[in-house]
Design a protein around this ligand. Structure first.
Ligand SMILES: [Fe+2]
Length: 372
Protein backbone atom coordinates (compact mmCIF):
# COMPACT_ATOMS: atom_id res chain seq x y z
CA UNK A 1 0.00 0.00 0.00
CA UNK A 2 1.09 3.53 -0.54
CA UNK A 3 -0.46 6.94 -0.23
CA UNK A 4 1.01 9.93 -2.06
CA UNK A 5 -0.76 13.22 -2.57
CA UNK A 6 1.63 16.15 -2.89
CA UNK A 7 -1.00 18.91 -3.13
CA UNK A 8 -1.49 21.77 -0.69
CA UNK A 9 -5.26 22.25 -0.52
CA UNK A 10 -7.40 25.01 0.97
CA UNK A 11 -11.19 24.81 0.93
CA UNK A 12 -12.98 27.90 2.18
CA UNK A 13 -14.66 31.05 0.93
CA UNK A 14 -12.24 33.66 -0.43
CA UNK A 15 -9.34 31.21 -0.28
CA UNK A 16 -7.62 32.65 -3.38
CA UNK A 17 -7.22 35.99 -1.67
CA UNK A 18 -6.42 34.48 1.72
CA UNK A 19 -3.66 32.30 0.31
CA UNK A 20 -2.43 34.60 -2.43
CA UNK A 21 1.16 34.53 -1.19
CA UNK A 22 1.33 30.77 -1.65
CA UNK A 23 -0.11 31.15 -5.13
CA UNK A 24 2.33 33.91 -6.04
CA UNK A 25 5.26 31.92 -4.62
CA UNK A 26 4.93 29.39 -7.46
CA UNK A 27 6.81 31.66 -9.87
CA UNK A 28 7.32 35.09 -11.38
CA UNK A 29 4.80 35.02 -14.25
CA UNK A 30 1.70 32.85 -14.59
CA UNK A 31 -0.23 31.53 -17.55
CA UNK A 32 -3.90 31.57 -16.53
CA UNK A 33 -5.77 28.78 -18.34
CA UNK A 34 -9.56 29.03 -18.56
CA UNK A 35 -12.56 28.40 -20.75
CA UNK A 36 -14.25 31.25 -22.56
CA UNK A 37 -16.90 32.39 -20.10
CA UNK A 38 -17.44 30.80 -16.72
CA UNK A 39 -14.22 31.94 -15.00
CA UNK A 40 -15.26 35.51 -15.79
CA UNK A 41 -18.86 35.01 -14.68
CA UNK A 42 -18.12 33.37 -11.35
CA UNK A 43 -15.37 35.79 -10.32
CA UNK A 44 -12.56 33.25 -10.09
CA UNK A 45 -10.49 34.82 -12.88
CA UNK A 46 -10.73 38.26 -11.28
CA UNK A 47 -9.79 36.82 -7.88
CA UNK A 48 -6.68 35.11 -9.26
CA UNK A 49 -5.63 38.15 -11.30
CA UNK A 50 -6.04 40.47 -8.31
CA UNK A 51 -4.23 38.05 -6.00
CA UNK A 52 -1.21 37.82 -8.29
CA UNK A 53 -1.25 41.54 -8.99
CA UNK A 54 -1.21 42.42 -5.32
CA UNK A 55 1.84 40.18 -4.86
CA UNK A 56 3.68 41.76 -7.81
CA UNK A 57 3.43 38.66 -10.02
CA UNK A 58 2.40 39.20 -13.65
CA UNK A 59 0.27 36.90 -15.76
CA UNK A 60 -0.88 36.12 -19.29
CA UNK A 61 -4.30 34.71 -20.13
CA UNK A 62 -5.20 31.78 -22.37
CA UNK A 63 -9.00 31.56 -22.34
CA UNK A 64 -9.64 29.21 -25.25
CA UNK A 65 -9.94 25.85 -23.49
CA UNK A 66 -12.93 23.99 -24.90
CA UNK A 67 -14.89 21.25 -23.17
CA UNK A 68 -12.89 18.02 -23.46
CA UNK A 69 -9.75 19.91 -24.55
CA UNK A 70 -7.83 18.73 -27.56
CA UNK A 71 -4.13 18.17 -28.01
CA UNK A 72 -4.19 20.98 -30.56
CA UNK A 73 -5.50 23.47 -28.00
CA UNK A 74 -2.87 22.39 -25.48
CA UNK A 75 -0.13 23.02 -28.05
CA UNK A 76 -1.56 26.42 -28.92
CA UNK A 77 -1.53 27.37 -25.23
CA UNK A 78 2.00 26.01 -24.88
CA UNK A 79 3.15 28.35 -27.65
CA UNK A 80 1.48 31.27 -25.87
CA UNK A 81 3.16 30.34 -22.61
CA UNK A 82 6.58 30.07 -24.21
CA UNK A 83 6.15 33.42 -25.98
CA UNK A 84 5.10 35.05 -22.71
CA UNK A 85 7.97 33.55 -20.72
CA UNK A 86 5.72 32.16 -17.98
CA UNK A 87 7.12 29.93 -15.25
CA UNK A 88 3.93 28.54 -13.70
CA UNK A 89 0.40 27.71 -14.81
CA UNK A 90 -2.97 28.27 -13.09
CA UNK A 91 -5.92 26.19 -14.29
CA UNK A 92 -9.25 27.85 -13.46
CA UNK A 93 -12.59 26.16 -14.18
CA UNK A 94 -13.90 22.63 -14.49
CA UNK A 95 -11.88 19.58 -15.38
CA UNK A 96 -11.10 20.82 -18.87
CA UNK A 97 -9.01 23.90 -17.95
CA UNK A 98 -7.38 22.14 -14.99
CA UNK A 99 -6.43 19.06 -17.02
CA UNK A 100 -5.21 21.25 -19.85
CA UNK A 101 -3.14 23.31 -17.40
CA UNK A 102 -1.16 20.22 -16.42
CA UNK A 103 -0.51 19.23 -20.02
CA UNK A 104 0.47 22.81 -20.90
CA UNK A 105 2.83 22.98 -17.91
CA UNK A 106 4.50 19.79 -19.15
CA UNK A 107 4.86 21.00 -22.71
CA UNK A 108 6.24 24.43 -21.75
CA UNK A 109 8.92 22.71 -19.67
CA UNK A 110 9.71 20.51 -22.68
CA UNK A 111 9.44 23.36 -25.13
CA UNK A 112 11.25 21.67 -28.01
CA UNK A 113 9.14 18.54 -28.02
CA UNK A 114 6.15 18.00 -30.30
CA UNK A 115 2.68 16.84 -29.21
CA UNK A 116 3.68 13.17 -29.23
CA UNK A 117 5.53 13.88 -25.98
CA UNK A 118 2.19 14.03 -24.16
CA UNK A 119 1.73 10.30 -24.68
CA UNK A 120 5.38 9.19 -24.53
CA UNK A 121 5.44 6.70 -21.67
CA UNK A 122 8.58 6.73 -19.57
CA UNK A 123 9.71 10.19 -20.70
CA UNK A 124 10.67 12.89 -18.19
CA UNK A 125 7.47 14.14 -16.51
CA UNK A 126 8.88 17.32 -14.98
CA UNK A 127 6.59 20.30 -15.55
CA UNK A 128 6.13 23.92 -14.49
CA UNK A 129 4.31 24.25 -11.15
CA UNK A 130 0.52 24.13 -11.50
CA UNK A 131 -2.17 25.68 -9.32
CA UNK A 132 -5.80 24.61 -9.70
CA UNK A 133 -8.96 26.57 -8.92
CA UNK A 134 -12.04 24.37 -9.50
CA UNK A 135 -15.36 26.00 -10.33
CA UNK A 136 -17.38 22.78 -10.71
CA UNK A 137 -17.65 19.82 -8.36
CA UNK A 138 -16.82 16.61 -10.16
CA UNK A 139 -13.46 16.17 -11.75
CA UNK A 140 -11.19 16.23 -8.71
CA UNK A 141 -8.49 17.32 -11.16
CA UNK A 142 -7.24 19.79 -8.56
CA UNK A 143 -5.80 16.85 -6.58
CA UNK A 144 -5.22 14.20 -9.25
CA UNK A 145 -2.18 13.66 -11.48
CA UNK A 146 -4.40 13.06 -14.53
CA UNK A 147 -4.90 15.21 -17.62
CA UNK A 148 -7.57 13.82 -19.92
CA UNK A 149 -7.35 15.11 -23.48
CA UNK A 150 -9.40 14.44 -26.59
CA UNK A 151 -7.55 12.42 -29.21
CA UNK A 152 -9.37 13.07 -32.48
CA UNK A 153 -7.29 10.42 -34.27
CA UNK A 154 -8.72 7.74 -31.97
CA UNK A 155 -12.16 9.38 -31.61
CA UNK A 156 -11.99 9.20 -27.80
CA UNK A 157 -10.32 10.70 -24.74
CA UNK A 158 -7.34 9.50 -22.75
CA UNK A 159 -5.11 10.73 -19.95
CA UNK A 160 -1.60 11.80 -20.94
CA UNK A 161 1.22 9.44 -20.05
CA UNK A 162 2.65 11.76 -17.39
CA UNK A 163 1.49 12.13 -13.80
CA UNK A 164 1.40 15.82 -12.86
CA UNK A 165 -0.05 16.83 -9.50
CA UNK A 166 -0.98 20.47 -8.93
CA UNK A 167 1.19 22.06 -6.25
CA UNK A 168 -1.73 24.09 -4.90
CA UNK A 169 -5.52 23.65 -4.97
CA UNK A 170 -7.80 26.51 -3.96
CA UNK A 171 -11.46 25.53 -3.46
CA UNK A 172 -13.88 28.44 -3.03
CA UNK A 173 -17.54 27.33 -2.92
CA UNK A 174 -18.79 30.74 -4.09
CA UNK A 175 -17.68 29.96 -7.64
CA UNK A 176 -20.24 27.16 -7.89
CA UNK A 177 -23.19 29.41 -7.21
CA UNK A 178 -23.22 30.90 -10.72
CA UNK A 179 -22.95 27.53 -12.50
CA UNK A 180 -26.09 26.21 -14.21
CA UNK A 181 -27.90 23.58 -12.15
CA UNK A 182 -27.30 21.03 -14.90
CA UNK A 183 -23.53 21.53 -14.68
CA UNK A 184 -23.46 20.98 -10.93
CA UNK A 185 -25.69 17.91 -11.21
CA UNK A 186 -23.58 16.41 -14.01
CA UNK A 187 -20.33 17.07 -12.22
CA UNK A 188 -21.64 15.78 -8.89
CA UNK A 189 -22.56 12.54 -10.67
CA UNK A 190 -19.00 12.43 -12.03
CA UNK A 191 -17.71 12.67 -8.45
CA UNK A 192 -20.07 9.87 -7.44
CA UNK A 193 -18.70 7.85 -10.35
CA UNK A 194 -15.14 8.39 -9.12
CA UNK A 195 -16.21 7.19 -5.68
CA UNK A 196 -17.96 4.11 -7.05
CA UNK A 197 -15.21 3.20 -9.50
CA UNK A 198 -12.51 3.70 -6.89
CA UNK A 199 -14.36 1.64 -4.28
CA UNK A 200 -15.01 -1.21 -6.72
CA UNK A 201 -11.53 -1.26 -8.15
CA UNK A 202 -8.74 -3.82 -8.33
CA UNK A 203 -6.33 -1.25 -6.89
CA UNK A 204 -8.47 -0.21 -3.90
CA UNK A 205 -6.73 -0.18 -0.53
CA UNK A 206 -7.68 0.82 2.99
CA UNK A 207 -6.08 4.19 2.27
CA UNK A 208 -7.98 4.85 -0.94
CA UNK A 209 -11.17 3.74 0.80
CA UNK A 210 -10.49 6.18 3.59
CA UNK A 211 -10.97 8.90 0.95
CA UNK A 212 -13.86 7.12 -0.74
CA UNK A 213 -15.84 6.50 2.42
CA UNK A 214 -15.50 10.06 3.71
CA UNK A 215 -16.09 11.53 0.24
CA UNK A 216 -19.25 9.48 -0.10
CA UNK A 217 -20.52 10.56 3.31
CA UNK A 218 -19.92 14.23 2.48
CA UNK A 219 -21.44 13.78 -1.00
CA UNK A 220 -24.60 12.38 0.60
CA UNK A 221 -25.14 15.65 2.50
CA UNK A 222 -25.77 17.44 -0.80
CA UNK A 223 -27.93 14.82 -2.43
CA UNK A 224 -31.23 16.42 -1.49
CA UNK A 225 -29.99 19.81 -2.70
CA UNK A 226 -29.09 18.33 -6.09
CA UNK A 227 -32.57 16.85 -6.37
CA UNK A 228 -33.96 20.23 -5.39
CA UNK A 229 -32.10 22.28 -8.00
CA UNK A 230 -32.90 19.79 -10.73
CA UNK A 231 -36.51 19.03 -9.95
CA UNK A 232 -38.29 21.91 -8.27
CA UNK A 233 -41.19 23.54 -10.08
CA UNK A 234 -40.19 26.36 -12.38
CA UNK A 235 -36.51 25.41 -12.47
CA UNK A 236 -34.75 24.44 -15.66
CA UNK A 237 -31.32 22.87 -16.11
CA UNK A 238 -30.10 26.33 -17.12
CA UNK A 239 -31.18 27.92 -13.83
CA UNK A 240 -28.20 29.33 -11.98
CA UNK A 241 -27.50 27.13 -8.96
CA UNK A 242 -27.44 30.00 -6.45
CA UNK A 243 -30.78 31.26 -7.73
CA UNK A 244 -32.14 27.72 -7.47
CA UNK A 245 -31.43 27.75 -3.76
CA UNK A 246 -28.00 26.14 -3.50
CA UNK A 247 -26.02 27.53 -0.55
CA UNK A 248 -22.25 28.04 -0.12
CA UNK A 249 -22.33 25.36 2.57
CA UNK A 250 -23.77 22.82 0.16
CA UNK A 251 -21.28 23.89 -2.50
CA UNK A 252 -18.40 23.40 -0.08
CA UNK A 253 -19.63 19.88 0.64
CA UNK A 254 -19.79 19.17 -3.08
CA UNK A 255 -16.27 20.53 -3.60
CA UNK A 256 -14.87 18.53 -0.69
CA UNK A 257 -16.56 15.33 -1.86
CA UNK A 258 -15.20 15.90 -5.35
CA UNK A 259 -11.68 16.48 -4.01
CA UNK A 260 -11.80 13.36 -1.83
CA UNK A 261 -13.04 11.34 -4.78
CA UNK A 262 -10.09 12.77 -6.71
CA UNK A 263 -7.72 11.66 -3.95
CA UNK A 264 -9.20 8.18 -4.19
CA UNK A 265 -8.84 7.84 -7.97
CA UNK A 266 -5.32 9.28 -7.75
CA UNK A 267 -4.49 5.95 -6.14
CA UNK A 268 -6.79 3.53 -7.93
CA UNK A 269 -7.58 5.08 -11.30
CA UNK A 270 -11.12 5.02 -12.65
CA UNK A 271 -12.68 1.88 -14.10
CA UNK A 272 -15.09 0.63 -16.73
CA UNK A 273 -17.82 3.33 -16.62
CA UNK A 274 -15.24 6.03 -17.33
CA UNK A 275 -13.69 3.95 -20.09
CA UNK A 276 -17.09 3.50 -21.72
CA UNK A 277 -18.19 7.09 -21.15
CA UNK A 278 -15.46 8.61 -23.30
CA UNK A 279 -17.13 7.24 -26.44
CA UNK A 280 -20.52 8.64 -25.45
CA UNK A 281 -18.94 12.03 -24.92
CA UNK A 282 -16.91 12.00 -28.11
CA UNK A 283 -19.55 10.62 -30.46
CA UNK A 284 -22.73 12.11 -28.98
CA UNK A 285 -21.46 15.13 -27.04
CA UNK A 286 -22.89 13.87 -23.75
CA UNK A 287 -21.40 15.83 -20.81
CA UNK A 288 -18.80 13.83 -18.91
CA UNK A 289 -20.67 13.26 -15.63
CA UNK A 290 -23.90 12.34 -17.35
CA UNK A 291 -21.99 9.95 -19.62
CA UNK A 292 -20.29 8.27 -16.66
CA UNK A 293 -23.59 8.00 -14.80
CA UNK A 294 -25.09 6.20 -17.79
CA UNK A 295 -22.94 3.15 -17.03
CA UNK A 296 -22.83 3.25 -13.23
CA UNK A 297 -25.93 1.19 -12.49
CA UNK A 298 -24.69 -1.54 -14.81
CA UNK A 299 -21.27 -1.47 -13.18
CA UNK A 300 -22.65 -1.60 -9.65
CA UNK A 301 -24.94 -4.46 -10.68
CA UNK A 302 -21.80 -6.55 -11.24
CA UNK A 303 -20.79 -6.13 -7.58
CA UNK A 304 -21.85 -8.61 -4.89
CA UNK A 305 -25.24 -7.40 -3.62
CA UNK A 306 -24.19 -6.97 0.01
CA UNK A 307 -21.10 -4.91 -0.90
CA UNK A 308 -23.07 -2.80 -3.36
CA UNK A 309 -25.83 -2.10 -0.86
CA UNK A 310 -23.31 -1.20 1.85
CA UNK A 311 -21.62 1.23 -0.53
CA UNK A 312 -24.88 2.83 -1.62
CA UNK A 313 -26.05 3.11 1.98
CA UNK A 314 -23.15 5.42 2.83
CA UNK A 315 -24.40 7.73 0.07
CA UNK A 316 -27.92 7.55 1.48
CA UNK A 317 -29.41 5.30 -1.19
CA UNK A 318 -31.63 2.40 -0.13
CA UNK A 319 -30.44 0.39 -3.13
CA UNK A 320 -29.64 0.43 -6.81
CA UNK A 321 -33.17 1.35 -7.86
CA UNK A 322 -33.03 4.55 -5.82
CA UNK A 323 -29.66 5.48 -7.35
CA UNK A 324 -31.12 4.95 -10.82
CA UNK A 325 -34.08 7.20 -9.99
CA UNK A 326 -31.72 9.85 -8.66
CA UNK A 327 -29.58 9.74 -11.81
CA UNK A 328 -32.64 9.93 -14.06
CA UNK A 329 -33.93 12.97 -12.20
CA UNK A 330 -30.76 15.03 -11.94
CA UNK A 331 -29.15 14.15 -15.31
CA UNK A 332 -32.17 13.46 -17.55
CA UNK A 333 -30.26 11.04 -19.82
CA UNK A 334 -31.39 10.04 -23.30
CA UNK A 335 -30.93 6.45 -24.54
CA UNK A 336 -27.55 6.02 -26.20
CA UNK A 337 -27.42 4.77 -29.78
CA UNK A 338 -26.61 1.05 -30.14
CA UNK A 339 -23.84 1.93 -32.60
CA UNK A 340 -22.03 4.12 -30.09
CA UNK A 341 -22.40 1.52 -27.34
CA UNK A 342 -20.96 -1.11 -29.68
CA UNK A 343 -18.05 1.19 -30.46
CA UNK A 344 -17.52 1.79 -26.73
CA UNK A 345 -17.44 -1.94 -25.96
CA UNK A 346 -15.02 -2.70 -28.78
CA UNK A 347 -12.85 0.31 -27.98
CA UNK A 348 -12.63 -0.46 -24.27
CA UNK A 349 -11.73 -4.09 -24.98
CA UNK A 350 -8.59 -2.66 -26.63
CA UNK A 351 -7.68 -0.68 -23.52
CA UNK A 352 -5.96 -3.09 -21.10
CA UNK A 353 -4.90 -0.27 -18.76
CA UNK A 354 -8.56 0.53 -18.01
CA UNK A 355 -9.77 -3.08 -18.02
CA UNK A 356 -7.28 -4.10 -15.37
CA UNK A 357 -8.80 -1.64 -12.89
CA UNK A 358 -11.99 -3.67 -12.80
CA UNK A 359 -12.16 -5.81 -9.65
CA UNK A 360 -13.98 -8.47 -11.68
CA UNK A 361 -12.50 -10.13 -14.78
CA UNK A 362 -13.60 -7.76 -17.53
CA UNK A 363 -15.00 -9.48 -20.60
CA UNK A 364 -16.89 -8.32 -23.65
CA UNK A 365 -20.01 -9.97 -22.22
CA UNK A 366 -19.64 -7.98 -19.00
CA UNK A 367 -19.23 -4.70 -20.88
CA UNK A 368 -22.38 -5.45 -22.85
CA UNK A 369 -24.28 -6.08 -19.61
CA UNK A 370 -23.03 -2.75 -18.23
CA UNK A 371 -24.24 -0.99 -21.39
CA UNK A 372 -27.74 -2.44 -21.18
FE1 LIG B 1 -14.66 11.68 -14.30
Amino acid sequence: MNFYLPVTLYAEEHCVRTHQKELAALGTKALLVTGRRSARLNGSLADVTEALDSCGVSCALFDEIEENPSIETVMKARDRGLAEGVDFVVGIGGGSPMDAAKAIALMIRHGREDASYLYRAGADSSALPVAAVPTTCGTGSEVTPYAILTIHEKRTKSSISHRIFPALALLDPRYLLTAPASVLCDTAVDAFGHLAESWFNANATDYSRMCTRQGLEIWSRSRAALEGISGAAGLTPETISGAAGLTPETCLNLLNASAMAGMAISHTGTSLPHGLSYYLTYEAGVPHGKAVGYFLAGYLREAPADERDAFLKIAGFSGLRQWEEFYAQVCRPQPASPDILEQAVRGLMQNPAKLKNSPWPASEAMLRRICR
